[in-house]
Write a protein that binds this ligand. Sequence first.
Ligand code: 5GP
Ligand code: MN
Length: 327
Amino acid sequence: MNKALEEAAKELNEATSVVITIHTQPDGDALGSLLAMSRYLKKAGKRICPTWGEEIRIPTHYRWLPGIDEIVDFSRCNGADVLITLDCANEHRLGLIEERLAQFKTIINIDHHIDNSRFGTINVLDFKAGATCEIVYRLLRLMRADIDSDMATQLYTGIVTDTGRFQYQNTTSETLRIAADLVDLGAMPNFIFEKVYENVSFASLTLLARVLERAEFVKNTGLFYSYILDSDLKETGASMADSEIFIDYLRAAKEAEVVAIFKETSEGRLRASLRSKGTIDVGAIARTGGGGGHRNAAGVTLDKTIDEAVGWINERINTYKTASTTS
Ligand code: 5GP
Ligand code: MN
């Protein structure tokens, strides 16, 4: 990865204009890396366009992030020397920008997903990184960037959210070292915690109550799941973007091996967020349905009813368990 990191640094030094993008339905890691990269490049005098490939809607718990108002609709980005993609495992995760890739001579793909399709002209990949923000931190260090307190806050937010507050299996000693450094540079852990995790609306707590109340456990596979219907959003006044952290509450169940939340999308499809607490590789399960992600955190969009989707996942967990006990 170090060679790719150096190539990326060189390209960025030479570039005059850069479009910076992330995956659709962005999470904290995507937003944190987008904002820190953008802030650095802007301070370095580049013309920048921070964006992503769908209608820009910021989840409430990230609206406070420094620089968040500078994100613009992709239609407002002019041509650029370089496109940086952050936290995107493949082209499809780019939404509308997927069809525009050919307009960029240089694409710097910075990511930590094990299933990254290497769609960049430069691929800066580290599958051991707990968050894309860790890789951005290393790139900024390599470029001798002056990491100010806003950048430290943006990067720390990405790391704390993607590692489940430093508790998931992707948390390494390096993660903690980088986080410590970011605190020295001005990131405030308690402030960020309150903004991300204690900043939910009453409406979204009402929605969380529904999710917890209707959660079901499937004993023979260890699947613990719940769902959010489109009608729940109307009835509670919450938004789907605010539900990102709900899955952490389901993970708390002692018996759960795999945790899933199914969310009805406005296009009538079903988006599944999957988490594994043990050895089951939910990334591999998601890939069999055209989705993807990490071993312990993944997502997939299915054209199924909730019952069908539960059956689909149970079947795959069983296949996975059988394969790993016979191999
Ligand atoms: P979440 O459940 O929070 O939406 O996603 C969990 C993880 O899986 C994230 O790292 C996310 O990038 C990845 N992921 C979610 N949905 C997809 C998908 O449709 N395709 C791929 N390749 N990765 C996904
Ligand atoms: Mn990530």
